[in-house]
Write a new protein. Sequence first.
Length: 230
Amino acid sequence: MPAVKNIVLVHGAWGDASHWRHVIPPLHAKGYRIAAVQNPLTSLADDVERTRKLAESLDGPTLLVGHSYGGAVISGAGHASNVVGLVYVAAFAPDEGDSLGSIFARGDPPSGAASIRPDKDGFLWLAQDTFRQSFGQDLNETDALVMAVTQKPIAGRCFEDKAGPPAWKEKPSWYQVSRHDNMIPPETEQWMAERINAKKIITLDASHASLASHAKEIVALIDEAIAALG
């Protein structure tokens, strides 16, 4: 398999590409070509298309890395012909016909769900005063404040949209589970990681925001995936 040249980082709900700010510099220092997509969070299909187009615009073998809802996105966008692998960071990994809602329905709602606030336009926000506790209790105060204030809402329909055939059935995957996740139950993450037959599963003493609070370990997992691919 050809060596990976490109990494596309895919953010999740209530965030944007800046959520990867602690991951980007060390990956850049290693010589990778990095792109961090800015998804509209308006529908799963919209976000898959935006990510797929970015991946296809890059020259050479490409690794997709998705956090949270971004895992559902890379499961669809990973069908791009130049995508050679997938890394899930405390992320959804739906099968065909799954929705985020149906995955949540497997168990009790996570505690962070109590912070979700719908607006009149059908978008969902996280309450600023409980953002840190819900999304990233292991973040420093500055990171948590900036994420809370700059959060990007997600359309409620994204939790209802059904996923298509997943790329993880055709391409190798890696998965990071967050042991103290208040947005996706850790047991659900472990179940998804095993269902996709991830080549490696790592579990971190991390919140949902592991991409920021444990950037070093996330970079190491990406590195390991790339080494295995090339």
